[in-house]
Design a protein around this ligand. Structure first.
Ligand SMILES: Cc1cc2nc3c(=O)[nH]c(=O)nc-3n(C[C@H](O)[C@H](O)[C@H](O)COP(=O)(O)O)c2cc1C
Length: 192
């Protein structure tokens, strides 16, 4: 039996966005990450997802989009809150917006297409980890806000699955306990 490489699978851990620094994956590494991501299980091979990369100065534009969306969503918030929202995209060198592009396919309900896109996200993070990069999957109200989705170019059949922040972890990640298998795994042998 082939052993899993623990560095690639068992030690993935999220890195807070403000602890991700340059270098981010370069174009070649990013291509590997996207290829690994797209190897996710996909019912009928609909490929119900796409990736939008945001880096460099474009993060400032995303910052402005976030601030505008919050101002519309919560007109009464103070300037400190708005400033914090605007700083979010500037925390890491690279953001990949993972988008679910939903197909009208009766054999593959929306939930399956969303699950596929979720598996794509996790594959992305595992592949990034395998290449020595850190990442974190973030959503929040901005992910579900038309005033964010529209400027990012999403259509009415698309949803934001998450903002995957990427970069090099500033500090080495520590190992952690995984759940006790006996709490999470049971052997079903017949009707209960
Ligand atoms: C769909 C999804 C959305 C998430 N959104 C957020 C978020 O908006 N803010 C946050 O702090 N963590 C969010 N998380 C959790 C983090 O990505 C991360 O998994 C969590 O901090 C636990 O760290 P770990 O991945 O090392 O176990 C989200 C996770 C998932 C799967």
């Amino acid at each position: 039996m082939t052993n899993l490489n623990p560095l690639q699978f068992l030690d993935r851990v999220s890195t807070p966005a403000n602890m991700l620094i340059e270098p981010a994956p370069n174009d070649e590494q990013l291509a590997q990450i996207f290829r690994a991501a797209m190897n996710a299980p996909d019912h009928m091979h609909l490929k119900p997802y796409r990736f939008i990369t945001i880096r460099g100065e474009a993060r400032q534009a995303l910052s402005a989009v976030f601030v505008n969306a919050v101002q519309i969503r919560k007109p009464d918030v103070d300037s400190d809150y708005l400033k914090k929202q605007g700083q979010k995209p500037l925390r890491s060198p690279l953001i990949v917006v993972l988008v679910a592009s939903l197909h009208d396919e009766p054999k593959v309900p929306e939930i399956e297409q969303m699950l596929c896109a979720g598996a794509v996200a996790n594959n992305m993070m595992l592949a990034s980890n395998a290449l020595g990069f850190g990442s974190i999957w973030l959503t929040g109200d901005n992910s579900y806000d038309d005033n964010v989705c529209r400027p990012l170019g999403l259509t009415s059949s698309e949803r934001i699955i998450g903002f995957i922040y990427l970069g090099t972890p500033k500090v080495k990640k520590s190992n952690r306990e995984t759940p006790d298998l006996s709490d999470k795994v049971s052997d079903w042998v017949g009707p209960l």
